[in-house]
Design a protein around this ligand. Structure first.
Ligand SMILES: Nc1ncnc2c1ncn2[C@@H]1O[C@H](COP(=O)(O)OP(=O)(O)O)[C@@H](O)[C@H]1O
Ligand SMILES: [Mg+2]
Length: 655
């Protein structure tokens, strides 16, 4: 991996600012095929004036001048009068500066800078976990680099550096064989190019390598003292946010009983197991997430990085962290979205919680489940005590502990995590699962139906809520993109939209004036259903089986309003009369959908209160709910008649 770096090594991430600066130094970096970097000289850098540093990318908080300063100081011994290429790598979850550096005399190496104590700990942990790295030693990069003072957001801080051997491709051809574990498994699971994706054997080999790395003999204390389960399972920082997340989740999902009293249950049951079935104490990696495992899929090698969280503990901790990444990242998403498929989550969690440690041996067609089984098999081979009586149950406590820790992480799918927590509690309590650990409570409304708002008038709030939903509808009509679709409305009378006196009449006119179209289906006054609705309005006449006057007036107002609009905007506005009864109002604009179900009751109240049903505002495109609403509208549109003004409908129904 010596020699100048090819351009793919520096791929991506050039801002236009970088390009502009490149043009001002067009001749500085002449190796063919190389991206130009940016030369930053904001500090005097008298100690390194001969090193030209070309930086691609940017750290969120550290200026490139400071980056240059750190790197030149750290590499002063290793690089002399050379041009140095630096690519800032996407940081993980710490604020560290991670940079890939190389020059013609320095093989690619990854330098990680961070606060002195943190980097010192990382260095110590790596040494204890992995021993000396011969390659780093040979290149004089194995020592912790002494602190350098730099400025971050106007504060002076002391940072140190740890070097890692670069685990990535040195050429375009090689690049695709290196990945972190997420990329590697992602390619196995989802790649449509099966020739390019890793084979079952490669995946199996990499899981084996991973399990053996995590389970390697590092000062294990065998057959140790009898300790309670609580002494092994890492403690949960309930007061540092975990309790708050669980409380919020419980409020959103009142149907998930497992969230109630979770902390008390956890304490009581952990302490209740006086003698843990499997003893272990060893040096742990401490953060065996996919992002900290780099894979070379040609050699089926895995390389751990990021030793900052190393500590002593039970090997189940490292296994559980890795396995949960595998579980969460291998559950398929709903087609074309980022939403985890909940049916598949149920399958995967049920699978992981099977009673056989090895997860059975029947033929599996799902690659996701196959991965979980391959990993479990590797884990059992690396740490056979897992098969001891009670071993698997003990491991599940670690899985639950790891889930609880993750509740305070950022960028996680909280719903999936919460459901898994419920499943684990259920399993650890009852030794079995029903599927009620998936919530169907209001948060599902938000996440699955993409519901943006629910307008629910409670006593006294009717006017307020009515105004809010009217504002939301006005907003949706004003934001309507006429190039995308027509505004579509399915309603009992449509009076609010079509009548010149209707609350939305201005917005409707604006849509049409803007070149948009409006399609409306309303209830046909000749339908029997019209009489049902009339009965709600208080009926009419003594026998009650006649159209209601108020209702009729509304319908007539709509039809007249339509005629006025038609005279002005022609066929851009269409009104049709439904052949079947309507169960709800549906309003569809390009960006929003509104749904108000109808209820049958005396509507006199409604006239007084303006609003006594409820209405949902849903996402406008690409969702399950939107297609249901669109199909409903289309159905009524297809089964409707053009509007002939109806006069004097009285007496058409009835005896
Ligand atoms: N030795 C290496 N070879 C290739 N890429 C690396 C190497 N070390 C780190 N990286 C990349 O940089 C990212 C951040 O490094 P890491 O040490 O995990 O920092 P953090 O503490 O911010 O998570 C990694 O997820 C990986 O993509
Ligand atoms: Mg990391």
């Amino acid at each position: 991996m010596n020699g100048p770096l090819c351009d793919t090594w520096l791929e991506g991430g050039h801002s236009s600012a970088d390009r502009l600066t490149q043009q001002s130094h067009p001749t500085r970096y002449e190796s063919p095929g190389l991206e130009y970097g940016t030369c930053f000289c904001s500090r005097g850098c008298e100690q390194s004036e001969e090193i030209n540093v070309y930086i691609v990318g940017k750290h969120d908080a550290i200026s490139n001048g400071e980056v240059r300063h750190l790197i030149t100081r750290a590499l002063l011994e290793a690089v002399s009068t050379e041009d140095l290429s630096v690519r800032i790598l996407r940081g993980g979850y710490s604020d560290a500066l991670v940079a890939l550096c190389a020059s013609s005399e320095l093989s690619p190496v990854v330098l990680k800078f961070g606060p002195m104590e943190k980097i010192e700990a990382e260095h110590r942990n790596r040494l204890a976990y992995m021993g000396e790295d011969a390659w780093l030693e040979e290149h004089g990069l194995n020592e912790l680099f002494a602190p350098v003072e730099i400025e971050i957001e106007h504060r002076k801080v002391e940072w140190s550096m740890i070097a890692y051997r670069y685990r990535g491709g040195g050429s375009f051809e090689e690049l695709k064989h290196f990945n972190d574990f997420e990329g590697f498994i992602g390619s196995y699971l989802w790649s449509s190019d099966r020739d390019a994706a890793p084979s079952d054997n490669t995946v199996s080999e990499c899981f084996r390598a991973m399990a053996f790395t995590l389970g390697a003999d590092r000062g294990i204390t065998q057959g140790g003292p009898l300790q309670s389960l609580a002494e092994y399972v890492p403690s949960v920082d309930w007061e540092e946010g975990v309790s708050a997340v669980i409380r919020t989740a419980a409020a959103f999902c009142p149907d998930l009983n497992e969230l109630n009293g979770l902390r008390e249950w956890w304490d009581e049951n952990l302490n209740g197991v006086l003698f843990a079935p499997v003893h272990d104490r060893r040096r742990l990696h401490g953060d065996a997430r996919f992002a900290n495992v780099l894979v070379d899929d040609v050699r089926s090698e895995v390389h751990l990085i990021d030793f900052g969280s190393g500590r002593l503990g039970h090997v189940f901790e490292d296994f559980a962290r890795f396995e949960l990444d595998l579980l969460f990242k291998s559950v398929p998403k709903v087609n074309g979205s980022q939403e985890v498929d909940r049916a598949q989550l149920v399958t995967a969690v049920n699978f992981v919680l099977r009673d056989e440690v090895n997860l059975g041996n029947e033929e599996l067609s799902s690659r996701s489940l196959k991965c979980l089984r391959l990993w479990r098999n590797a884990m059992c081979r690396s740490f056979p005590q897992l098969k001891h009586s009670g071993g698997l149950m003990m491991y599940r406590w670690f899985l639950l502990g790891e889930c609880l820790k993750r509740t305070t992480w950022v960028n996680i799918d909280t719903a999936v995590l919460i459901f898994t927590i419920c499943a684990l509690r259920q399993y650890l309590s009852d030794g079995a699962l029903d599927s009620t650990w998936i919530s169907n409570a209001p948060q599902s409304l938000a996440s699955q139906l993409q519901c943006r708002a629910a307008y629910v008038p409670t006593r006294g709030s009717e006017r307020l809520v009515n105004n809010m939903r009217n504002d939301a509808k006005k907003g949706a009509l004003s934001d309507h993109d006429r190039r995308k679709s027509a505004v579509r409305l399915l309603a009992e009378t449509g009076q609010s939209y079509l009548s010149p006196r209707g609350v939305f009449s201005n917005e409707v006119r604006d849509v049409l004036r803007d070149g948009g179209r409006l399609q409306v289906v309303i209830l046909n006054p000749l339908l029997t259903e019209y009489l049902g609705l009339s009965a709600c309005y208080g009926g009419s006449g003594e026998d009650g089986y006649q159209a209601n006057e108020l209702l009729e007036r509304k319908t007539q107002e709509s039809i007249r309003g339509y005629q006025i609009l038609e005279a002005e905007f022609g066929t851009a506005v269409e009104l049709r009369l439904a052949r079947f009864g309507l169960a709800q109002t549906i309003l569809l604009t390009s960006g929003s959908s509104f749904l108000e179900p109808y209820f049958r009751y005396a509507r006199i109240e409604r006239e007084r209160l303006l609003f006594d049903s409820f209405e949902l505002e849903l996402e406008g495109t690409g969702t399950h709910s939107r297609s249901l609403l669109e199909e409903t509208f289309s159905f009524h549109w297809a089964h409707s008649d053009t509007c002939v003004p109806v006069k004097n409908t009285k007496g058409k129904h009835g005896k």
